[in-house]
Design a protein around this ligand. Sequence first.
Ligand code: GLU
Length: 276
Amino acid sequence: MIVTRFAPSPTGRLHLGHAYSAILAHDAARRDDGRFLLRIEDIDGTRSRPEHIETILADLAWLGLEWDGAVVRQSDRLPAYADALERLRALGLLYRCYCTRAEIAAASLSAPHGAEPLYPGTCRTLAMAHPDRPHCWRLDMARAAALAGPLHWTDHGQRITADPLAAGDVVLARKDAPASYHLAVTVDDAWQGVTDIVRGQDLFAATHVHRLLQALLDLPTPRYHHHALLTGPDGSRLAKRHGAPALADMREEGADGLALAMNLRAGRVPIGAADP
Ligand code: GLU
């Protein structure tokens, strides 16, 4: 049975791009008599807001999207992430990093495609641990990739070779966020039995890291379906500057959510002010 999910972060309000992603994941499950799950990715305690969760649930109902089972909140799942982290630590794949963001920005090689700067590995070989100094935990990517060996996944049925080294030594936990997005998403997709991950192309690069974590943690690999992102009238990725309102604004103004969902399915996207 197909199991898909929508996994928004309650750090702001949903926009058309989120609606599109949720609809694709929902429809993929419904077409196959499968399950469509909702997971709230609220591990970032400093940026997540409870009021956004209520708004997200109301937005999805307005679009006519019903999810199966209870809503999972990542803030309830911290022990599972701690276990996964411990496992990676026991494999000797994690190290403490004491660098500040400014230090990393100054020392780092610039990452391809304008992504986050690649971590230059400053703390990887430190002889002494300083548990009392503020630190995060990074994955020793070269060692992890060597341990896992060659990895692949399928995206729209096509075989993709994972290249986790391109992401550098990613952060897997911080003091204020006990698990990073990469770790939490990988652990939860497996725990929830997600078979098919439908999400935007902007997360394609992250999948190289997720595939590696699956291998290291002995978790199954779902099928992936990264979809194209909605674009504004100028052809660039749809953003606030295109005048696209939040779903909540449209809902409160009395717009028809079911009609909007049908338009998104049909590729007719009402962008808002810039494209009435
Ligand atoms: N929580 C992530 C976001 O809102 C999406 C996670 C995922 O689909 O893997 O961007």
